[in-house]
Structures are given as C-alpha cells and as structure tokens.
Design a protein around this ligand. Structure first.
Ligand code: MG
Length: 362
C-alpha cells in the first residue's frame, strides 16, 4: 500500500455570510485539497485552509510545503508502516501545520480504509453523534442578538460569541445577548487574543459580576503570552481555554505544566493532523484537562476528520465544528453529516467520502 501520488487542487465555496473576528473578515472558503492515491488504488482526501493570521499558512506556502518537502519525504512509503510515515511527514519541514494536517488526514482516510473500518472505529471510538456550537460574528449588538436568536431557533444550545475588538463594547454585546436569550443556552466567548491580560481580567470579572454566566473564555490574550494567560486563568472564575497558544503536543504540555489555562482547544490545522492531536488529547486526559475540538474556516472534508477524532476521545467534551454549516454549498458527498448543531457519523469506511466536487486540480 505505497503512496503513489499526491495531487493538489483548490476548492472554493462561498460563505452564507461574511465571517468576522477580532483578526479578520472572510467571504469565501478557498482551501487547498490534497488527494493521495496508493499503488493499490485506494484514495484519501485532506484539506488545508490558508489561515495566515493564525497559523501563518498561506495558499502558496501550503502548496510549496507539500510539493517541495512533504511529497519528497513520503511518496513511495507504505501507509501500513504508519509510525514511520507519520515521523517522515512531521520531520519533512518545520511549522507548516496546515499542509501537514491535510496530508495526515488523507493518510488516515486511506489507513482506515485499508482495515475496512471507519476512522473513528480504528481510533477506538464508539460515539456516533456529537453536537457543535455555532459562532456569532462580531457585529453591532442588535445584529448579534438577532443572529443569536435565529441560531437558537435552529436548535443550537451553545453559542460561541466573538469578542476582543473593544472590551467595553464586548460587555454590552454579551449583556444584550444574555438578556435576549435567557439562561437555558450556553454562551462561550472567544477573544482571539484581543485583550491585554489586565483588560481581560477586568472584562471577565465585570461579566461575572453582571451574572452573564459564561461557560468559558477562549484565548483572551496574545498567543505567546503564557504568563499573561496564566495571570488571567488565576484571577477569574470562568474557565479559560487556550486556542492560539497551543499548536503542538509540546505547547499543550507547557500549558498544562504551567496551569496557564483550564482547557485546551485542539484544531487539526494547528497540530498538523490527527497523529499529533491524539497525543494532545491523551496527554490532557492524564491531567483531566478537558479539550474542545475546533476548526478553521474549512469544508466538510477536513472537519469530518475532526469529527472522527472527537468521536474517539472522551476528553474532548466541547465541540466547535461549525465550519461546514457556515457554507452556502456542500460539494462533498459522504463524510460526516451536519444538520445544524447535530453531527452524525455512519459506518462508511475511512472518512467516508464518495465524491469530492468543485476542486480545480493543478
Ligand atoms: Mg478560537
């Protein structure tokens, strides 16, 4: 089962509405698709979104990393030599976590197909249903209230609200939303590194005093500022979740050892795929540090891989995999099925893709 070829293409899918965070505004998903074929005819798919502001990975860099480094390291290797392939992939180039993730996902797709089981079964999973939150973009308070109410009407029970642009306005926004939706719905907020540590402590305490009942606060301060992150974690009651601060298993180990955050957000595009994501989940479970599984602006292709991982690791208790439902079209047949908040896996082997359309291969 040798890797015969690695083909690349671009998939372009319009978003239902522009996606706005403290860091950027995006209108389309335009991701690199990886198609790996083996000498016995098995095909696996992966995907890498160019999320320059978070991972540093641009379209050109993803293509270059795969063509110039990763392909050279792994073409001709036998996928059944799993550990060797994963080591070669991870050693082929430093950083470039999204490029590695796309290739890692395609390899896992084939690896599970070769055992004739769905990937989540191969990883030891039994859970076939998970429930995701939905992201509410940063807009005027009234627009955010309206978006929150329509999300609840669609059946979502957890809202992830983007904040971090202006802390006093953030408090007003969350107050307006909490007042409008009541207390039956979870609110988690994501500052995307938008606050200083002291500003974060002041803002989160104010939100606690106002009784806004936050489930968690995600990445309040700059990614590299682990001391600042710990200061926030130590000085507020709401659990703090590290996102941009954790890419690799070593980052996760550092955060856990320092007690810099209460929770860890695993995203395949930060870890470089499933192989490293499993290491983080398993390490976190030793310390009982619950994890969230998240995604970038990705289509169903790579998000399906994240669903399989979430289905296989109990320490992943929080799910933020709303990428596919933010898209206007779904050019992929098979994979996980997304019905608003409900995500379901079936027993299709590998990642279960039957058709991957709308891809312009080079
Ligand atoms: Mg985040």
């Amino acid at each position: 089962m040798k890797i015969k070829s690695i083909r690349l293409g671009i998939i372009k899918i319009p978003l239902r509405r522009p996606f706005k965070t403290a860091l950027r505004t995006v209108y389309n998903v335009e991701d690199v698709i990886v198609r790996i074929e083996t000498d016995c005819g098995l095909v696996g798919y992966g995907e890498a979104p160019p999320t320059g502001v978070i991972t540093g990975d641009t379209t050109g860099a993803i293509i270059g990393a795969i063509n110039d480094h990763i392909s050279k390291a792994i073409i001709g290797m036998d996928i059944l030599d799993y550990e060797d392939v994963m080591k070669a992939l991870n050693k082929s180039v430093v950083h470039n976590s999204s490029a590695k993730a796309a290739v890692d996902i395609a390899i896992h797709d084939i690896y599970a197909q070769s055992f004739n089981v769905p990937l989540f079964r191969l990883l030891g999973g039994s859970k076939k249903h998970i429930e995701t939150d939905i992201t509410i973009s940063v807009n005027s308070p009234q627009e955010m209230v309206d978006d929150s109410i329509s999300a609840i009407n669609e059946g979502y029970t957890t809202l992830k609200i983007k904040v971090g642009k202006d802390s006093s306005k953030d408090i007003e926004r969350i107050k307006a939303i909490r007042r409008a939706i009541g207390y039956d719905v979870n609110i988690r907020i994501d500052a995307n590194q938008g606050w200083t540590p002291k500003e974060a402590i002041r803002t989160i305490r104010k939100m606690e005093d106002e009784g806004l009942c936050l489930e968690l606060v995600e990445q309040p301060v700059l990614a590299h500022d682990l001391k600042g992150l710990k200061l926030v974690t130590d000085n507020v009651d709401v659990p703090i979740l590290a996102d941009e601060s954790v890419f690799s298993p070593l980052d996760a180990m550092k955060i856990i050892n320092m007690g810099a955050a209460d929770l860890i957000n695993i995203k395949l595009m930060k870890t470089g795929g499933i192989y490293n994501a499993i290491k983080i989940a398993d390490m976190a479970s030793l310390y009982n540090v619950e994890c969230m599984i998240g995604c970038m602006l990705e289509s169903k292709l790579s998000v399906t891989a994240a669903v399989h991982l979430a289905a296989a690791r109990g320490i992943i208790t929080k799910v933020d995999l709303d990428g596919p439902v933010l898209l206007k079209e779904d050019p992929i047949k098979g994979g996980a099925s997304f019905n608003f908040s409900k995500i379901t896996l079936d027993e299709s082997i590998g990642l279960g893709f039957r058709e991957v359309n709308n891809v312009d291969y080079f």
